[in-house]
Design a protein around this ligand. Structure first.
Ligand code: NAP
Length: 246
């Protein structure tokens, strides 16, 4: 067993989670790639990282389901001997008038974007608290900070993630566990698929840095927050957004 640190990244089959898994994998972390529906994409990522010499494993779990999450954490500690960093990245988005959101759509948004953070964080804390060390990084959104029209359920879930981050950071400080949050701006992933090119162009020109974000921009922020260089940072919201929200 090496003394590499272990990171679990939820929703790592695509987009931001995938770029984050690639970065940590190439920087000598043990990486557990979590996925739910995108089995072939997750397997492809796993094989490509393995071929490059990374220490990786793969686990399918719907992070909104507590029993599946508990099995995943057990698999992670059995496979790598522990868990040092949890990145709660899995999420879904949807665009709908508030008046049209159904109860089941509301529940699904909360379960996948917010309850998942409760599930995964509580499950890893059984390990982290006893080792008096660990980092939790939650991926929220600028919409959790400023609200998005036609994305009230998404914005509410992400604002919940920000509140959870701040409160949990206070509770876990004495256990030397840092809890931070990243609130990305508009990032080019499958999540933007429903946007027309003209909407993207508008977003680009409304961004002071004149471009949309890349998954790698968020991976780099997560890598920093996971590093020893961020040991005195907790309860914070880092928002890589090109200046879109200042
Ligand atoms: P994406 O490309 O659509 O990827 C979403 C990832 O989440 C996929 O790997 C998906 O896995 C996983 N996922 C969804 N539901 C899951 C579940 N129940 N259990 C486990 N995994 C699940 O989206 P993305 O843009 O990378 O988004 C990643 C995170 O960043 C999300 O929390 C999102 O809200 C946040 N964010 C994105 C943007 C943006 O502009 N893209 C901006 C701000 C914040 P499967 O396909 O395997 O199910």
């Amino acid at each position: 067993m090496t003394n590499r640190k272990t990171v679990l990244i939820t929703g790592a089959s695509r987009g931001i989670g995938k770029a984050t898994a690639e970065l940590f994998g190439m920087k000598d972390y043990n990486v557990l790639i979590n996925y739910n529906h995108s089995e072939s994409a997750a397997r492809e990522l796993f094989s490509s990282l393995q071929k490059k010499g990374a220490s990786v494993a793969l686990f399918r779990a719907d992070v909104s389901q507590r029993a599946a999450v508990d099995s995943m954490i057990k698999f992670c500690t059995d496979t790598f001997g522990g868990i040092d960093i949890l990145i709660n990245n899995a999420g879904i988005a949807a665009s709908k008038l508030f008046i049209d959101i159904t109860e089941s759509e509301w529940d699904q948004m909360m379960n996948i974007n917010l309850k998942s953070v409760f599930n995964c964080s509580q499950a890893v804390l059984h390990y982290m608290i006893s080792q008096k060390r660990g980092k939790i990084i939650n991926i929220a959104s600028i919409w959790g900070l400023v609200g998005a029209s036609c994305e009230v359920h998404y914005s509410a879930a992400k604002a919940g993630v920000i509140g959870l981050t701040k409160a949990l950071a206070k509770e876990l400080g004495p256990s030397h566990i840092q809890v931070n949050c990243i609130a990305p701006g508009v990032i080019q992933t499958d999540m933007l698929e429903s946007f027309q090119e003209e909407d993207r162009a508008e977003l680009r020109s409304a961004t002071p840095l004149q471009r949309l974000g890349k998954p790698e921009d968020i991976a780099a922020a997560a890598f920093f927050l996971a590093s020893d260089a961020a040991d005195f940072i907790t309860g914070q919201v880092l928002s890589p957004n090109g200046g879109f929200v200042i």
